[in-house]
Design a protein around this ligand. Structure first.
Ligand code: NAD
Length: 350
């Protein structure tokens, strides 16, 4: 498996370097062959090459099997004409990474505010209320007059159908329950289509129990009873917000692993941002990035039918569980270790 690695901005280099060591060591202990190609994008690339996503980088990634990327500081990457392209947005669009899979689960030994739970938010990632994803050309947010803005949301049956199918397939490997989260009481046509399409796909999976929850009620229910959810499928913006909440309920946003997947390519990128408030202080939690790397290997194993990559993913997961149980965690998880020290404890457990 050839994997391109990009450190990203803010805390990205700190957490990605731990994830790289984890991948290298776990792969050495197994039959899996992993080739890591180190690259840069975002602000680093802008400073060095005058463009945040180089055309050569795109070719390198196209020739690879996956991408592991740190978070990006997006507000400075907002003018494509000046080479200021947001790499996260660019790769999501370029590779049509339509399924953003964001698991959240509690860990033994970690401080939690709720009953133990284990759920996955399956977020549609290619349209919805994201101005950068809806149009072939131009954004879907417009300044009509100096005082009037129109922001458009695109919902298509095909995109609803493919994300629903991923959610139901995932549920079949878990506790066989899907919750559809929506706002069809107000967004009657768009979310109405999302709910109808999910229900139509549900008929192909008679073993899966289905329910639906309106997104505002979901915010209360997921705090009150997170253990009642298994797979949660939802549109882009709702999924983005809900998954930060579920990550924090599970202990910390610093645990928020995620992959952005298409059918033939996937990008591992933690769900959180570049955390400029803690960057460079050696206190960022590296488990979000290690967890994302494990998800990418597991996705690759499923796609290619090669069990050795799933085995590496499982080793990473097991070492993470053990390290957290021992209390060797960063301060966002109630511990007192730095990023490097957590990395060392993790590697020892691996
Ligand atoms: P953020 O997610 O970076 O941080 C929110 C809070 O969570 C902060 O207090 C931060 O310290 C904490 N946090 C995040 N990751 C952590 C970790 N691994 N360990 C411990 N604590 C952690 O959100 P923000 O500050 O609003 O965004 C910063 C920048 O990141 C912005 O430019 C934003 O646009 C960008 N962003 C990028 C992505 C991405 O690249 N995929 C995603 C979200 C935000």
């Amino acid at each position: 498996m050839r994997l391109v690695v990009i450190p990203g901005d803010g805390i990205g280099p700190e957490t990605v370097s731990v994830a790289v060591k984890a991948l290298e060591k776990a792969a050495q202990q197994s039959e899996a062959v992993l080739e890591l190609v180190h690259e840069i994008a975002g602000l680093d690339s802008l400073a060095q090459h005058g463009i945040s996503v180089r055309p050569e980088l795109i070719k390198t990634i196209e020739a690879a099997d996956g991408l592991m990327m740190g978070p990006m500081t997006t507000h400075q990457l907002n003018d494509e004409a000046k080479g200021r392209i947001n790499p996260s947005m660019f790769f999501r669009r370029h590779f049509d990474l339509y399924a953003n899979i964001r698991p959240a689960r509690t860990f033994e030994g970690a401080p939690i505010r709720v009953k133990p739970f284990d759920l996955v938010v399956v977020r549609e990632n290619s349209e919805g209320f994201y101005a950068d994803r809806n149009m072939v050309s131009g954004g879907s947010e417009m300044l009509v007059t100096d005082d009037v803005v129109v922001s458009l949301r695109r919902i298509t049956r095909a995109c609803c159908e493919r994300i629903a199918r991923r959610a139901f397939e995932l549920a079949m490997t878990r506790r066989k329950k899907v919750t559809i989260v929506h706002k069809a009481n107000v967004l009657k046509i768009g979310d109405g289509m999302f709910v109808q399409t999910c229900e139509a796909v549900a008929r192909e999976f008679p073993d899966v129990t289905v329910d639906s929850v309106i997104v505002d009620a979901m915010m209360a229910l997921v705090v009150r009873q997170p253990e009642r959810f298994d797979v949660v499928v939802t549109t882009n913006m709702f999924g983005d917000i809900l998954s930060d909440l579920t990550a924090e309920l599970a202990g910390s946003l610093g645990m928020a692993a995620s992959i952005n997947a298409a059918d033939h390519f996937a990008m591992a990128q933690a769900a959180h941002g570049s955390a400029p408030d803690i960057a460079g202080q050696n206190i960022a939690n590296p488990f979000s990035q290690i967890g994302s790397a494990a998800m990418l290997l597991s996705w690759y194993s499923q796609r290619t039918g090669k069990p050795e990559y799933l085995e590496v993913a499982q080793r990473l997961e097991a070492a993470m569980v053990k390290t957290i149980r021992e209390g060797k965690v960063t301060r966002d998880m109630g511990g007192n270790l730095g990023t490097d020290a957590v990395g060392r404890a993790f590697l020892a457990n691996l």
